[in-house]
Design a protein around this ligand. Structure first.
Ligand code: SF4
Length: 429
């Protein structure tokens, strides 16, 4: 037995004093949402920057300091962080790192400690790490978010989801190339300015803005032709992150597809619902339960606000509410299966296929347990419920090549195009 004493990683807290001088760096996950969240936090005095660096050097940095056994998002994000530290853009003694953590039994709950360890080994032992989560993990005394800031952050998610949903449904059909992205950028500017002035978070503002977003996008001139419709589901980070999924959205646009990416709010509601179910089943502090119940209620409320707002515009497909999705999952997968994306994935496949997005790409890190169980393991089951589902699982890891990933997607799209042609012919008969 080794007589070496165990090595504990130093946990550097983000303190109140650091708030003034430190820049908080976040890896880019959802480009639209994060651009909206930034002014929310800047308004209350946090200097926040988003890291968008990518490429082979970035991932190699991650692999140097994180065991290659760990999930791809962890090595990629660690690489992004370390490459940013070495870029010279920031004073290494005046930065803090923030990551989102969905909590629960998945390895994601340990990412932050693995990153601390990587930073220590890379020569940056004093960088504080902050975790953004709803599970009360990782206390940071320098982070205090007033109810108003939290409401503004929730509003940023509502707007981010609304903009993502409608712009993705207009862009493939726009007559003037670039019109959708022009309007999208305009909205991000307008909403960002509003958040900087402490506006846009009330219920009435959210209802009005979601409706205005839908109206303005519905006015973009489009040419409606039949296109292959694809849904992108899977592991949270890869689903949204451009470096994570190797520019999947760009690729689908090049392939002349319409694509649907599920909402961030939906995932948040699913996750909070899971945490609450755990508390009800296994017990827990009554105060924690009360807080989670209040968070859950608010999630359901804003989810309904977003979905009802979009449903008023028949040209747009709105996502289903998490409670309805849960009913879809019942009977095919146990709804206590809430590790990672759990039952939510099978339910999403059925939901999206019913709304016309029966061609499904499931993005998953190599060896991701929840994706293997809840997607690969559920393929035959969901196809029995809806035989039109044409899906492919795409795995991402440092060794996977973009060419290989795209070729596999192209095979799925070839089947999708054949199916679309048959449908068009049948309609013409
Ligand atoms: S969901 Fe998959 S990729 Fe994410 S932490 Fe869990 S196992 Fe890793």
């Amino acid at each position: 037995m080794s007589n070496q004493s165990p090595h504990f990683i130093k946990k550097i807290m983000f303190t109140k004093k650091m708030k003034k001088d430190y820049t908080i760096l976040s890896p880019m996950m959802c480009p639209i949402h994060f651009r909206l969240l930034r002014p929310v936090f800047q308004r209350v005095g946090y200097k926040v920057d988003i890291m968008e660096n990518e490429g082979p050097d970035v991932i190699q940095k991650g692999l140097k300091y994180v065991h290659n056994d760990i999930c791809y998002p962890c090595s990629l994000i660690t690489g992004q962080m370390l490459a940013t530290m070495e870029s010279g853009k920031y004073d290494p003694n005046k930065v803090a790192m923030i990551i989102t953590q969905s909590g629960g039994g998945c390895r994601d709950s340990n990412y932050i400690n693995l990153m601390r360890k990587a930073f220590e080994r890379a020569g940056y032992p004093n960088v504080p790490f902050i975790s953004a989560n709803t599970w009360n993990m990782e206390y940071a005394p320098g982070i205090f978010l007033s109810p108003l800031t939290l409401l503004s952050a929730a509003a940023a998610l509502v707007y981010g989801d609304a903009l993502t949903l409608v712009s993705n449904q207009v862009r493939p059909y726009e007559v003037k190339k670039g019109a959708t992205d022009e309007l999208l950028n305009e909205w991000i500017e307008i909403l960002g300015r509003g958040f900087s002035r402490g506006k846009g978070y009330t219920v009435s503002a959210m209802k009005k803005t979601v409706s205005e977003i839908c109206r303005t996008f519905s006015e973009i001139k489009v040419k409606k032709v039949d296109k292959v419709k694809v849904a992108v589901i899977g592991e949270l980070y890869l689903k949204y992150s451009v470096p994570g999924n190797n520019h999947l959205e760009e690729f689908l646009t090049e392939q002349d597809c319409e694509y649907f990416i599920p909402t961030v709010l939906g995932f948040g509601a699913y996750k909070t619902n899971g945490a609450l179910e755990d508390l009800r089943t296994y017990g827990g502090h009554p105060i924690k339960r009360l807080i989670m119940e209040a968070v859950m209620k608010y999630y359901f409320f804003i989810e309904d606000l977003l979905i009802s707002g979009i449903e008023k515009w028949p040209m747009f497909t709105a996502p289903e509410r998490v409670n309805d999705l849960k009913k879809r999952a019942e009977g095919i997968i146990d709804t206590t299966n809430s590790m990672g994306e759990g039952w939510y994935l099978a339910a999403e496949m059925l939901e999206l296929a019913e709304h016309g997005y029966e061609n499904i790409i499931c993005v998953q890190p190599f060896g991701c347990l929840p994706c293997h169980v809840a997607v690969k393991g559920m393929q035959n089951v969901v196809r029995r419920v809806n035989p039109k589902i044409n899906s492919v699982d795409i795995e991402y890891d440092p060794g996977a090549t973009k060419v290989n990933q795209e070729n596999r997607i192209k095979l799925m799209l070839a089947v999708a195009r054949e199916n679309l042609q048959k449908e068009t012919e049948n309609k013409g008969e």
